[in-house]
Design a binder for this molecule. Structure first.
Ligand code: NOJ
Length: 587
C-alpha cells in the first residue's frame, strides 16, 4: 500500500493495479509532455497575419515557462497550402510564409538552449501536386517510372478504378489529361486532389524518405510526428471498400470497422492499417537509432482497436502513437476508465509508453467538445447555425479532463492554446473557412478551421498580440480577450497557472513514468467517479452531478481543476465538486 492509500483507510476501498511504474531510467519520450505548435496560428513575426518560425522562436520562453519538455511543429515546408502545409512541395525547405531554413535552424537551436526538444512533422503518405515528382509523373505518361512513384491506374471505363472516398469528402480519385490531350489515367488521393498518394511499394519512394529523415536529423531535430502513419500501404489490388460510406473518415465510435466486426489488418478499409506499413517503420527506427539522443517517431494513426494501434510502437518501430480512442471517449466515468485500462494494457503488452492527447489541429478543441449536449466524441466542426456549446461548463470539464490526463502515466501532448482554456471558434464566418473539408463536402461539414484560429497573447492588443500589425489569417472571436495569456499569467486559479502547476507537480512526483491503480469502493461513489493512484498521488475526477466527499486522514489536495468548497479541502475531508479533478497526497 502506498501512503496515500493508507490515508484513505476505508474498509470498503479496494485497488486494482493495471500498470506498474517504469523501472529505472527511461528515455525522455516515455514521459514527456509535448506541446503542439501550429505554426500559422502561434505567433506572427513579420506582420502578414500568418504565424511563422521567427514568431515561434520569439515565444519559446512561453513553453519553457509552462514547463513542457518538447514541442512538435505542424508542417512549415514549401507548400501551396491547399491543406495548410500537409501538402508538401519540397520536404527540405521552409515555405517563405514561415521563413527560411536559417530560421528553422535558429528556432531549433533556441529551443535546445531552453532545454526543449523539437519534433517536426513528416508527411509521407502524399506529396503536394506541386511537388516536382508529380509534375514529372503527369508529363511522363502511363507506364513511366515517374508515374510509378504515385498510384496511377486506368479507370473502369469512365469510372474511377475503385469506390474509395477521400477523407475530406468526394471521390479519392482524379482523372488526368494525358500529355497528348486525351482523358487519361486516374491518381489516388486519400485526402484532397492536390495531395496525390505516393506508392510505398516503390523503393525509390522509400529511399527518398530515408534521405528526408536524415536531412532533418542532421539539422538536430529530436523526432518526427508521422502524418497518416496507418495509410502508406494499400491492400494489394486496391479492392473496392465494402464498408460504411464514411469509409475514409477517421474512425470513431460506431462508424468504423468492417461489417462483420473483424478487427485485423485493414479492418478499417483496404486503405488503412495494412500490415505492410510496419516494415517501413522498422527501417526508420534503424535510421533514428544511428543518431544520438533518443530520437523518436510518433504515429498519427487513427487505428482501432488499441491492440492494433499498439503494433506501431513495438520495440523496433515507433516510440509513440497518439491515443485517439482516449481523445474521442465520451465524458463518462465508465467509458474513460475502460479506455485508460485498455490503453495501458495494450501498450504494456508491447513494452511501449501510452501517449495521451485531448486536442490537436484536426479536432474540435476539448473545452468545446465537452460543452456540447453529448460531451466528447469527434464532431466535424461547428459554425453559425449549429448548436452552440456551453462555454463555462465545457471549460470546467476541460480543466478536469486535463488534470485527469496529466495525472496518468505515459507521455502527453498539448495543443497550443489549451493551456489558456481556449475554446473552438464556433461562429467563424463560413466565407473565411479554408479547410478543404468544407468545400469537398459541399459545405455540409465545417471542418477544422475553428480550432486553428490564431492565439490570443495580449488582451488589449490588435489581433490579441498575435501579429504586430493586427492581421490574422482567420478572425478571432471578440470573446477571446479573457483567454489572453496576459490575463492569466500569475493569476491564481487561471487555466494557464493550473497547467503550469500540473506540469511542475507531474515532474516532481514522477507521474509520467508512474503507475496506475484504480481505487474502488470509496463511500459515496455511485459509479460517476474515476479515482486512481499514480505513485504517491491520488487523482479523483467527479463525472457525476453531486459533490463527492473524500474522507481519510492527513489528506492534502495538491491541485484542483476548480476551487474547492471552503472547509472541506484538506485534513480528513476533501470535497470534489461535479466536473472537477483533484490531485491529493498524504500530508
Ligand atoms: C493528418 C493531419 O493532421 C491533417 O491536418 C491533414 O489534413 C491530413 N493528415 C492529411 O495530411
Amino acid at each position: 500500500m502506498t501512503s496515500i492509500l493508507s490515508a484513505l483507510a476505508e474498509p470498503s476501498t479496494t485497488t486494482t493495479l493495471v500498470h506498474r511504474a517504469h523501472p529505472g531510467p527511461a528515455p525522455w519520450w516515455r514521459s514527456a509532455v509535448i506541446y503542439q505548435v501550429y505554426p500559422r496560428s502561434f505567433a506572427d513575426g513579420n506582420g502578414d497575419g500568418i504565424g511563422d518560425l521567427p514568431g515561434v522562436r520569439a515565444r519559446l520562453t512561453h513553453l519553457s515557462r509552462l514547463g513542457v519538455d518538447a514541442l512538435w511543429l505542424s508542417p512549415f515546408y514549401r507548400s501551396p497550402q491547399h491543406d495548410a502545409g500537409y501538402d508538401v512541395a519540397d520536404y527540405r525547405d521552409v515555405d517563405p510564409l514561415f521563413g527560411t531554413l536559417e530560421d528553422a535552424d535558429a528556432m531549433i537551436a533556441e529551443a535546445h538552449r531552453l532545454g526543449l526538444r523539437v519534433i517536426v512533422d513528416l508527411v509521407p503518405n502524399h506529396t503536394s501536386a506541386a511537388h516536382p515528382w508529380f509534375a514529372a509523373a503527369l508529363a511522363a505518361g502511363p507506364g513511366s517510372p515517374e508515374r510509378a512513384r504515385y498510384i496511377f491506374r486506368d479507370g473502369r471505363g469512365d469510372e474511377p478504378p475503385n469506390n474509395w472516398r477521400s477523407a475530406f469528402g468526394g471521390p479519392a480519385w482524379t482523372r488526368v489529361t494525358e500529355p497528348d490531350g486525351t482523358p487519361g489515367q486516374w491518381y489516388l488521393h486519400l485526402f484532397d486532389d492536390t495531395q496525390p498518394d505516393l506508392d510505398w511499394t516503390n523503393p525509390e519512394v522509400r529511399a527518398e524518405f530515408v534521405s528526408i529523415l536524415r536531412f532533418w536529423l542532421d539539422r538536430g531535430v529530436d523526432g518526427f510526428r508521422v502524418d497518416v502513419a496507418h495509410g502508406l500501404v494499400k491492400a494489394e489490388g486496391l479492392p473496392d471498400f465494402a464498408g460504411p460510406s464514411a469509409a475514409l473518415a477517421p474512425p470513431h465510435e460506431g462508424t468504423h470497422g468492417s461489417e462483420d466486426g473483424a478487427t485485423g489488418a485493414g479492418s478499417l478499409g483496404p486503405m488503412w492499417d495494412q500490415d505492410g506499413v510496419h516494415e517501413i517503420y522498422r527501417e526508420w527506427h534503424a535510421v533514428l537509432a544511428e543518431y544520438d539522443g533518443d530520437r523518436a517517431l510518433v504515429a498519427e494513426a487513427w487505428v482501432e482497436p488499441l491492440s492494433r494501434l499498439a503494433l506501431y510502437v513495438r520495440p523496433d518501430e515507433m516510440q509513440q502513437a497518439f491515443n485517439f480512442p482516449f481523445l474521442t471517449a465520451p465524458w463518462r466515468a465508465r467509458a474513460l476508465r475502460e479506455v485508460v485500462t485498455e490503453s495501458l494494457a495494450a501498450y504494456d503488452a508491447v513494452g511501449a509508453t501510452t501517449t495521451w492527447v485531448l486536442s490537436n489541429h484536426d479536432v474540435v478543441r476539448h473545452p468545446t467538445r465537452l460543452g456540447l449536449p453529448e460531451p466528447g466524441g469527434k464532431p466535424s466542426g461547428i459554425g453559425v447555425g449549429d448548436q452552440q456549446p456551453d462555454e463555462e461548463l465545457g471549460l470546467r470539464r476541460a480543466r478536469a479532463a486535463t488534470l485527469l490526463m496529466l495525472g496518468l502515466p505515459g507521455s502527453a501532448y498539448l495543443y497550443q492554446g489549451e493551456e489558456l482554456g481556449l475554446p473552438e471558434h464556433t461562429t467563424l464566418p463560413d466565407d473565411e473557412r479554408q479547410d478543404p473539408t468544407w468545400r469537398r463536402t459541399g459545405h455540409t461539414e465545417r471542418g477544422r478551421d475553428g480550432c486553428r484560429v490564431p492565439l490570443p497573447w495580449v488582451a488589449d492588443a490588435p489581433a490579441y498580440g498575435f501579429s504586430p500589425t493586427g492581421r490574422s489569417w482567420l478572425s478571432q472571436p471578440e470573446s477571446w480577450a479573457r483567454y489572453a495569456l496576459d490575463r492569466q499569467r500569475c493569476v491564481p486559479g487561471s487555466t494557464f497557472e493550473m497547467y503550469r502547476a500540473a506540469l511542475a507537480l507531474r515532474r516532481e512526483y514522477r507521474l509520467g513514468t508512474g503507475s496506475l491503480a484504480w481505487v474502488d469502493g470509496l463511500p459515496g461513489d455511485d459509479g460517476d467517479l474515476l479515482a486512481f493512484v499514480n505513485r504517491d498521488v491520488l487523482v479523483v475526477t467527479n463525472l457525476g452531478t453531486a459533490t463527492f466527499e473524500l474522507s481519510g486522514t492527513d489528506l492534502e489536495p495538491l491541485l484542483a481543476s476548480a476551487p474547492l468548497p471552503e472547509g472541506a479541502a484538506g485534513g480528513d475531508r476533501v470535497a470534489v465538486p461535479p466536473d472537477v479533478t483533484v490531485w491529493v497526497r498524504r500530508r
